[in-house]
Design a protein around this ligand. Structure first.
Ligand code: ADP
Ligand code: MG
Length: 384
């Protein structure tokens, strides 16, 4: 696919990741059709065309597949039926199989363990019996997660070890009728992520690992380069490539890792798309994760992932908005050299909703961190 030659990329999903993919793709000369699924957040506005219909609408499927040369997803919680129908007609990268693994924590854990990738100790449960026995076998503090539709810590419950029978029964009520993954609660030294791109010719590129700091289970800050020993960073990069290869994956993928206080590097979860922790790449890498996605899915050579300068990314949540329609005053923040504001065009702010991010670049990491501290004070965010 050659950009500039009426080459269309179709994006399933109308959120901020699709928005930034549209911006990067259009910059290169691609045209973009976004199929929102009927979600009108406003984030899809930079696409050339928006198809604002549900994902199970057969006419929308026709229109989408007839209009684009290649399709991709910007989030994983898409109906697998739709993805299968799309890929019967046009190339879809990543394919429905990869997305179905990444959208379901149980399938994801099975894929990782069957392929001998190190992840947290876990048990699966689908009823009170298996829930009880899973808790007993893990015999530690745990985090219970719904198998499907969880994000930003939603659908998760932390439980202490040695609960009484009635406490276990009470906890199971939250998940009744569904399937869950019970995970050992890891004492975290750090969290990191690796973005890996795999192209049409099995070529791969990885970005330098990113150090991630979460607040209330939502990504708060990413620090690049990660303040983590180099041998662990190398191992994380190598693991990310091996996962992409084991899945025969094409496109951008993010692998989230835990580094435990006892030194284990464990895979937390996979995202079959560009990732919140990779937003620094828009300003700070030779090729942004979004341009890389456009290159990978359209069969172009992958771009350099080299870091241009140390960067800190702060997520902007709806909590900072003065009211649902009124953002904070950006003047003080934008007067800081190296601060780059990215807003997602969402019409309404809500607590916890991702509204944008700021990339803060420095000549070295300590400079970026000093500027970050000033910006966090303006936003009334706690010190790092
Ligand atoms: N097993 C675990 N041990 C320790 N912390 C965890 C565990 N699982 C999740 N967390 C914390 O919760 C965050 C969100 O969980 P995650 O599984 O990544 O779900 P989400 O899809 O919401 O990102 C993680 O980044 C980590 O900070
Ligand atoms: Mg996560």
């Amino acid at each position: 696919m050659n950009p500039g030659n009426n080459a269309w990329i179709g994006v399933l999903g109308g959120g901020q990741l699709g928005r930034m993919l549209s911006l990067a793709s259009r910059k290169m000369g691609f045209s973009v059709l976004t199929w929102t699924g009927g979600d009108r957040s406003g984030a899809a506005s930079p696409a050339d065309k928006i198809l604002d219909k549900p994902f199970d609408d057969p006419e929308a499927l026709d229109e989408f597949t007839k209009s684009v040369n290649v399709a991709t997803v910007e989030f994983e919680n898409l109906p697998n039926e739709t993805l299968k129908k799309v890929e019967q007609r046009i190339p879809l990268f990543p394919g429905s199989k990869a997305v179905s693994i990444c959208q379901h924590r149980e399938r994801e854990k099975m894929f990782l363990s069957e392929n001998a990738f190190a992840c947290v100790n876990f048990k699966l449960a689908e009823n009170l019996e298996s829930f009880k026995s899973g808790l007993k076998k893990l015999n530690s503090e745990v985090i219970v997660k719904t198998a499907e539709f969880g994000y930003d810590g939603k659908g998760q419950l932390k439980l202490k070890e040695n609960l009484s029978e009635s406490e276990i029964e009470e906890a199971w009520k939250t998940f009744e009728g569904g399937r869950v993954v019970i995970e050992e609660c890891v004492s975290l030294e750090a969290e990191l992520s690796v973005l890996v791109a795999r192209g049409h010719h099995n070529d791969t590129e990885t970005y330098d690992p990113i150090e991630n700091i979460h607040r209330n289970h939502i990504l708060d800050v990413s620090v690049i380069p990660a303040r983590i020993p180099q041998d662990i960073q190398n191992k994380a990069k190598q693991t990310a490539v091996e996962i992409a290869e084991a899945m025969d994956y094409i496109g951008m993928m993010a692998v989230e890792f835990f580094l435990s206080v006892d030194g284990r590097l464990l895979i937390n979860e996979l995202a079959p798309r560009p990732h919140n922790s990779g937003h620094h790449s828009i300003n700070a890498c030779q090729t942004s994760q979004f341009e890389q996605q456009a290159r990978a899915i359209s069969g172009l050579p992958l771009g350099s992932t080299d870091l241009i300068c140390p960067t800190v990314m702060i997520n902007l949540l709806g909590d900072h908005w003065l009211d649902p329609k009124t953002p904070p005053d950006w003047n003080a923040i934008l007067s800081i050299k190296g601060a780059n504001l990215h807003l997602y065009g969402k019409r309404e702010a809500r607590p916890g909703r991702k509204m944008g991010h700021i990339n803060i670049m420095g000549a070295d990491l300590s400079e970026a961190l000093v500027k970050t501290a000033i910006i966090r004070e303006h936003l009334n965010l706690p010190k790092l």
